[in-house]
Structure formats: structure tokens, C-alpha cells
Design a protein around this ligand. Structure first.
Ligand code: MF3
Ligand code: CO
Ligand code: CO
Length: 285
């Protein structure tokens, strides 16, 4: 059976085809999944997301200045909430599908969606992901960084480094009129080459007018598959790279915290990007 993708790119009746229409229709007619028009942001929308990105980066910089051994993850949450709200932003995580805090803090074997807590104290050697999403004037930007508390093991240091490279290499693989699968292919290849695995249950995503939009940006896969990448699309790349198995489970007690099955460490970095005529541009610098 031939799998037909949805006809996402529609031409209004009687409309003259633009160069962009012709290009996208070429891929759609070959059976590729293409974006809907709504996923192509206007210059004005991109500027809005860029403003959200600027504040989101300032929030993460504030965390970077203050993060240290002996502090609780609840203190990180307070920094994020106070800085964001006092600069005209809204922390997108707070209340999102019932998430109770303003930021995700994920230590060592926690892959993502860790909930900040008074009881959780940063210790020497911990690696922690701080994942922050900010809303400004209704626009969303989403990014995360790893922090190493004091000195850690060479293995954990390498994991943090390779996860960062996976994000950057994935971003370089994304070209206008390439495909989302090109990103996943590049990420997976680099992780495997370094003896690490890629989490498959969570992915990057379109972002900007909402927290999570289409497309899903998988961090594994085959070149030339998935949605066509068209200038104006805004999405995240956020690979979660594990030292051991790629398999994960969700903590039953809180319903959020994602943990590696073998309880070996995991690392993640994330940026929000816009596709341009010459490749991706980071909106969360
Ligand atoms: N920031 C996460 C992402 O990268 C999503 C966190 S949702 C929350 O997509 F509810 F856990 F905050
Ligand atoms: Co995020
Ligand atoms: Co994200």
C-alpha cells in the first residue's frame, strides 16, 4: 500500500502560484509530508519569538550566574520565576498541563521534566539540565542548558559535551527544503559514534505561537524522511543523550519526571531555531 501524506499545502481557489508554492507542491506531489501554511511564521511573528528568546536567554544566564553546590532546585525555580515575571515575561512551564513549577530541573539519571524541590540539593559532581520556556507578548521560546556542579567524572563530562555537539550537528544538518529526518539522522550518528544512545520517547517540536506545535523533531531516523523544512518554520532541537540504554520510564509518583531505565546519566541541550534561506538561525542566544 502506498502511504499518502496529508495534503497540507493548499492553494486558495484562483490564486496565482508563488515560487514558494511551486517548490512546496513539487515535494508534496512526490508524496512528502510538507508543513501547513500556519507553520511558516511571518517576519513579525519571528521577531516576536526572537524577543521571547532574548528574555529566555537572560533567564538562563541568571541561572548560570547563581547555580552552585548546596543550593536546592527550588531556588533555581525561584530565580526563573522572579526574573521572568519582573522582565515582562511568563514562565510557560508553570501550570502547563498541570506542571507545578516554572522550570524543569533534571539531575544525572533524570532525562527531563524534573520538578524543582526544596529537598533536592545540588551536589559536587552532579550534572543538571535546566529547561526554560518563556512567553513574551504571546510568543514562546524554549531552550535548555547543562550545568556541571564543581568537578564531575570524565565520563559525565564527555556525555555533556557530546549532547551539546549532537544539538549543533543536528542544527547544521537542517537545510531549507531538506527534511526533519536529516536532523535525527545526524544526531543519532554522532551519539552512537561516541558510545551513547538517543532517547526515542521524547522529541523536539515546532514552537512560537504555542508551546508545542508541529512538526515532531525526532533525534533519530533516516535522511530524507519526515516533514519538509521550509524557510519561516520555527522549531526546537533538544536531543536527550544517555550513557547507557535509550529506554526511559516516568516516575509514577509525580507523573512527570523522566528517568533512564538503567539509572545511568543523561544529558540534554536545547535551542529554538528559525529556518532561513541559508539554514538555521538560533533564536535563543
Ligand atoms: N521545555 C520542555 C520542552 O523542551 C517541555 C516542558 S513541559 C513541562 O519541550 F510541563 F514539563 F514544563
Ligand atoms: Co524545553
Ligand atoms: Co522543547
Amino acid at each position: 500500500m502506498i502511504k499518502r501524506n496529508k495534503v497540507n499545502w493548499k492553494i486558495p481557489k484562483g490564486a496565482e502560484l508563488t515560487e514558494l508554492d511551486k517548490k512546496v507542491l513539487y515535494f508534496q506531489n512526490k508524496g512528502h509530508l510538507v508543513p501547513t501554511r500556519e507553520l511558516i511564521k511571518t517576519p513579525e511573528q519571528i521577531e516576536g519569538i526572537r524577543r521571547a528568546g532574548l528574555l529566555n536567554t537572560a533567564v538562563l544566564d541568571k541561572v548560570a550566574e547563581n547555580i552552585k553546590e548546596g543550593m536546592s532546585t527550588a531556588e533555581i525555580d525561584k530565580i526563573v520565576y522572579d526574573y521572568t515575571t519582573s522582565h515582562g515575561g511568563i514562565p510557560a512551564c508553570l501550570g502547563y498541563e498541570g506542571f507545578p513549577k516554572s522550570v524543569c530541573t533534571s539531575i544525572n539519571e533524570v532525562v527531563c521534566h524534573g520538578i524543582p524541590s526544596e529537598e533536592e540539593i545540588l551536589e559536587e559532581g552532579d550534572i543538571i539540565n535546566v529547561d526554560c520556556t518563556t512567553i513574551v507578548d504571546g510568543y514562546y521560546a524554549d531552550a535548555s542548558r547543562m550545568f556541571i556542579i564543581g568537578k564531575t567524572t570524565p565520563e559525565k563530562e564527555k556525555l555533556v559535551q557530546v549532547a551539546r555537539e549532537c544539538m549543533d550537528i543536528g542544527a547544521e544538518a537542517a537545510q531549507p527544503f531538506g527534511f526533519v529526518g536529516d536532523i535525527g539522522h545526524a544526531v543519532e550518528k554522532h551519539a552512537k559514534k561516541n558510545g551513547f544512545s538517543v532517547v526515542r520517547d521524547l522529541c523536539g517540536h515546532g514552537v512560537g505561537l504555542e508551546f508545542h506545535e508541529e512538526p515532531d523533531v525526532l533525534h533519530y531516523g533516516r535522511k530524507g524522511t519526515g516533514m519538509l523544512l521550509v524557510p519561516g518554520m520555527v522549531f526546537t532541537i533538544e536531543p536527550m543523550i544517555n550513557m547507557g540504554t535509550w529506554e526511559v520510564f516516568i516516575d509514577e509518583e509525580d507523573g512527570w519526571t523522566v528517568v533512564t531505565e538503567d539509572e545511568l546519566p543523561s544529558a540534554q541541550w536545547e535551542h529554538t531555531y528559525v529556518m532561513t534561506d541559508n539554514g538555521l538561525e538560533i533564536l535563543t542566544y
